[in-house]
Design a protein. Sequence first.
Lengths: 252, 433
Amino acid sequence: MSYDFIKSRLHLYAVLQNIEDLVQYDEEAKKLIKDWNVVIKFSVKGSGNVYLIFENGKCTVTDSSEKKPDIVLFFTSPAHLNKMFDGKANPIPLKGITKLGFLTKEFPKLTERLEYYLKPDDQKLKDSRFVTINTVMTLNTALFALKELLLFDPIGKHIAKKIKGSMVMMNVDKGPAVYIEQKNNGFQVHKGYHEQPLAVLQFKSMKIANDFLNGKMDAFSAIASGAVATKGHIEWLDAVSPVLDRIALYLA
Amino acid sequence: MKLEAKGATQSSAAKIKSKTYTYSNSHKLFQRALKVIPCGIPGHFSPAPFVPPTMYPFYADRAKGSRFWDVDGNEFIDYMCAYGPMVLGYNNPKIEAAASQQRQKGDCMTAPGKVMVELAEMLTSTIAGADWAFFAKNGGDTTNLAIMIARAATGRKKIVMIKGGYHGVAPWMQGYGHYGVIEEDIANIIGIEWNNVQQFEEAIAANPDGIAGFIATPYHHPTFADSEFPATGYWQRIRELCTKHGIVLIIDDVRCGFRLDMRGSGAYFGFKPDLACYCKAIANGYPISALVGIDALRTVAAKVFYTGSYWYQAVPMAAALATLKELKRINGPVLMNKIGKKLFDGMVKICGQYGYDLKVTGAYSMPYVRITNDPSNMLHQEWCAECTARGAYFTSHHNWFVSAAHTEKDIQKTWNIVDDVCKLLKKKYGEKY
């Protein structure tokens, strides 16, 4: 699989899903989408499709939808999508021409909020609210990206063979959680807690999770010092650790 | 004194007697270490696999016999034995005397000591089928040399090894995806399942005249998984295939060596390897490893250039010579398995009285031990941590080690701790497990 293909999968399935949390945690985004009732489809030739379903003040991001999209944003290739995420290209609206106003004015306000939270800097990280939202998003992005890498990245695919039947949950103590499980020759990611996780990586606080997930803390030191707790099938955590580190190769 | 593991029947009504240790000095030292050593304690001594690390000591202060004391003054019955090297007890007087005597004469010198020849003679007269010995420092030095010799002898590239097998830390020994390992490092490694002769046959068929060596441990003892003995006839069939196809048969006896059989683990399982790697138990903690081989590979072994600054140190060689003599005298492998059997049979009984299934796999001298009640392993991890924090040092991810220095007193104390911890967990979880 090409670099652009894998990167596009991460954009589609790991980055865009953050809009679900954005509109839940960020007041500005919540206000913005309050009255939206629209289904937007991202269609990337040679990569995949993602639907953003806005209704009742919530957003659901999914790879399939019973509802027909109101707007279809088409990308001619994985590279095309990646360029859009870099701000160097625009999608081709195949459907929803009549909603051009929404696409050019309203929707970009939401993506700007997403970008704001996905790009932390020292100033932003002084704000505990920002830390919370950024951490939730980074945590979710990590596991959704992990799924794609285990399916398509050369090292990820190699590691995937070694973690059959695995189930790994990452969470912040008394905070957000997300888990990935290997099922039916594939991987599924779920936001929230699993009742009986088989492997757990738990961060002591949002700040620690943020530092850890943004590469400011090495795993061994964090675990040994108790800032990060692991338990259960820690061999799976060990196995996926290098794959998680590869996210930065695509999304940095 | 005749000991019997009574556990719950004896003391279920009693309160939990043992207190847990604290590790403030260990943790302070670790914080200092983090500033000057990557991840504080790198490698297999890293506390990261302990669950939770905060219930384990990070630094040792001293050791004697079967026990060690950490920097907080806590005393532990050591069931890791420095991850294998300690076999006759820490600071064993006989070994220390031999080492001291050699130290007074010389250690790291410009030429090897006479003791190197004596040690090689000892190894070749002890290990079945060994015609020569080559010395290095770590087990990984010898597994790597074995591969080089196999390639030099056959003119082939491919090496067959067992998935999940551990042979050291050189890139080819680690899996693709491990940090610092590139695809090319493992391009000539073929991984097959343990106890699967058919996969070996398929590998041979897929690589005609391409396989230089087959390397495996005498029995399968991976981390994070139960140990597995060879199936009946497994090694004999592997031997036949290696001989038929001109493949060098290498056993990595680094962990099992002298804990199963003084003649080497090949003899224990009834086959003759071409090369065998030793370390761990060979010198009771002194840094030395050895590769032994058959006469047919002597010339090639001589041609492979392989050396290190400290590989000719005479003190570890003197310690190894004394260790092997002592192990022979007491029949160390038999003794360690006898001690281990008594210890683990008792522990299984105690755990069973609380409804906990303690599974012991591999040799009693170095078994993999786990409570099977919880599929996530969390109960087992908690059990290990609680036992450790009461003075019986158990790891949850690696096989344990028993030494010839473990005493009946150690066994009884361990049983008491196990009983206390089972009681604690039962109280905490009730019938959940």
